[in-house]
Design a protein around this ligand. Structure first.
Ligand code: HEC
Length: 116
């Protein structure tokens, strides 16, 4: 009961203004809201049902980070990725996200390789 009363009181308090978010946490948020995590997983390892089915790469692996240039990351997000039979592995986001957002996401994907 006390917990509930406290929750009611807290809910009525004015919310503090949101603190400015660092680019990396922006990228992390966008990674979730743009549904990247459906395939790539919250941790970027691709260990989701869709990710395993489509063979999404492990963004935290040193090999992925070494083999993938910034340009390839941005291009993958913008144009999507198809296999040899033109089956869509990853959808294109070029018409859904701004260049700035794509840049932010690419930087976030890169950052996943850094905090291992
Ligand atoms: C439907 C599943 C799916 C969704 C949704 C998805 N991806 Fe992917 N993504 C993949 C797969 C599968 C690959 C690997 C494609 C391949 O074989 O090269 C990939 C590859 C990538 C790559 C590497 C590109 C390259 O050239 O190797 C990046 C970066 C990436 N995704 C970021 C994102 C971001 C950011 C989002 C959200 C805006 C996203 N993905 C949403 C499935 C997905």
């Amino acid at each position: 009961m006390i917990g509930l009363a406290l929750a009611v009181i807290l809910a009525q308090l004015p919310q503090p203004a949101p603190a400015p978010v660092a680019p990396q946490s922006d990228g992390k948020k966008l990674f979730a809201t743009a549904k990247c995590i459906k395939c790539h997983g919250e941790d970027g390892k691709g260990d989701t049902e869709k990710g395993r089915e489509l063979k999404a790469p492990d963004f935290t692996s040193a090999d992925f980070q070494k083999e993938t240039t910034d340009r390839e990351m941005r291009s993958g997000i913008t144009k999507g990725v198809k296999d040899k039979k033109r089956k869509v592995l990853m959808p294109a986001y070029g018409n859904k996200l701004s260049d700035e957002q794509i840049q932010l996401l690419a930087r976030y994907v890169r950052s996943l390789g850094e905090n291992r």
